[in-house]
Design a protein around this ligand. Structure first.
Ligand code: ZN
Length: 456
């Protein structure tokens, strides 16, 4: 099959790219109500592409929020079924002034597509659509394929769990395949075997009932910004270990073997620092950078504001200060439990000079894929075939909250086959996706289906 697939893909590579660019031009920002119509337009475009690429059926299906796109190509009910999950929504593009070109006007430079959503996740889920087309047009399908492309991943998938519960029969499959993550590099391909969970809260600290003159009242009334900063600074000790009592209680410590396997993944600290423009790495003592972002839970401040932030000076003692705070979780931490722990902790450590309002944004559970599962094995073999190298199993630092729900409701394992790179600037200005990775993904995915069908 190899030559037929390759020939078909080579012949159609320009169109494969053009179609991806067209999706990137739709500003499908799920977080902003002003893009509600763009979301629907994008869902409709995805539906159209699924049909054109060989699906027998594709629909835009309603949820309480942005719609889900479902598509399927069923060749034989007795054959194994692969459910491809992806998302057509994207993160907001701000800050716009840091983009070298328009976030929704894709530009190709040095073999990379620059646009919001190029790697996360439009370019990546679209590889599966073009892999389907390749197999349909060369009459080489060996599995049934279903697509579940949602529109609320970037806002925490608030309506997908209900959708999955209501459509269990429709989504029935033998494995779930997701390309929404990164590999180490094309020279050192890797497969994620886990994603971290998430707890996300917001804390508002209120001092006086209005903004005050900092000369008249400063020194006599507690400043909410100072108080908030002190509370935040107290979250880590001198070893950068989280200080919240009980935070690590449920963490499953990685085994010596697992840590050794992780250490085999190539990591160049010098390049890492240069690429990020930092002088030193930072993190929990006694853990490597890969461990800090893979097997350890963390707490990060995602935003903080208060007082006067406009041009020039304004001497004010503000009434309020606010921070957005998130924790990344590892097996077997429970998102609900950690969220409650964070909320309680801030209420507990708040000094009497201020009042605290702490509330939850969203969360999700961590997820792990066993290396000995049929799905992982098929993915590893597919990578081996097209990259000529056995993939390194790694733990991803990010979160895909829907994973644990998908497994629970559909009763099947998830395989992460990400073709992006950590340097793709996900959620940042100048997000990009390397063309080499896009085409390599389209080339690799049909092998996954072939090997998975053979193993069933
Ligand atoms: Zn994503």
């Amino acid at each position: 099959m190899q030559t037929a697939w390759k020939e078909y893909q080579k012949k159609n590579e320009d169109r494969f790219l053009d179609e991806m660019l067209e999706l990137l031009r739709i500003p499908s920002v799920s977080a902003k109500t002003e893009h509600k119509e763009d979301m629907r337009r994008c869902a409709e475009a995805v539906r159209q592409r699924l049909l054109e690429s060989g699906c027998d059926k594709a629909e835009v299906m309603e949820t309480a929020g942005h719609p889900v796109v479902y598509g399927e190509k069923i060749i034989d009910q007795s054959k194994p079924t692969v459910l491809v999950y992806g998302h057509y929504d994207v993160q907001p593009a701000e800050p716009l002034n840091l983009w070298h070109s328009g976030p929704f006007e894709p530009v190709i430079k040095d073999g990379k597509v620059y646009a919001r959503g190029s790697a996360d996740d439009k370019g990546q889920f679209y590889m599966h659509v073009k892999a389907l087309e390749t197999m349909v047009k060369t009459e080489s399908m060996e599995t049934n394929i279903k697509f579940l492309i949602e529109g609320e991943e970037e806002v925490g998938s608030p309506n997908l769990a209900d959708f999955v519960r209501q459509n269990k029969e429709l989504l029935k499959a033998d494995v779930i395949l997701i390309s929404d993550s990164a590999m180490i590099s094309t020279e050192n391909p890797s497969l994620d075997i886990g994603v971290r969970g998430l707890s996300y809260i917001e804390v508002e600290v209120t001092g006086p009932n209005r903004d005050l003159h900092s000369g008249t009242y400063g020194g006599a009334v507690a400043n909410p910004i100072t108080i908030l900063c002190k509370m935040i600074a107290s979250l880590h000790d001198e070893n950068n270990h989280v200080t919240i009592p009980g935070f690590y209680d449920d963490v499953v410590e990685a085994t010596k073997e697992e840590r050794e396997l992780m250490a085999r993944a190539p990591f160049n600290e010098k390049e890492y620092k240069e690429e990020l423009g930092i002088n030193e790495v930072w993190g929990e003592k006694n853990y490597t950078t890969a461990e800090r972002t893979g097997i350890r839970p963390t707490i990060e401040i995602n935003g903080i504001w208060g007082g006067y932030t406009g041009e020039g000076a304004k001497t004010v003692l503000p009434s309020k200060a606010t921070a957005k705070i998130s924790a990344r979780l590892v097996p077997n931490q429970d998102s609900r439990k950690i969220t409650d722990m964070l909320l309680e902790h801030f209420k507990k450590i708040a000094p009497p000079f201020v009042t605290i309002h702490a509330f939850e944004h969203h969360g999700g559970e961590p997820y792990m894929t066993p290396i000995d599962s049929k799905g992982y094995q098929a993915a590893a073999k597919a990578i081996q075939t097209t990259f000529g190298k056995e993939p390194i199993p790694v733990r991803g630092g990010g979160s895909i909250p829907i994973c644990s729900i998908l497994e629970k409701e559909l009763g099947v394992k998830i395989v992460f086959m990400g073709f992006g790179l950590d340097s793709d600037n996900l959620h940042s200005p100048n997000e990009k996706f390397n063309l080499e990775n896009y085409y390599k993904g389209i080339e690799t995915i049909p092998y996954f289906h072939k090997f998975f069908a053979q193993s069933e």
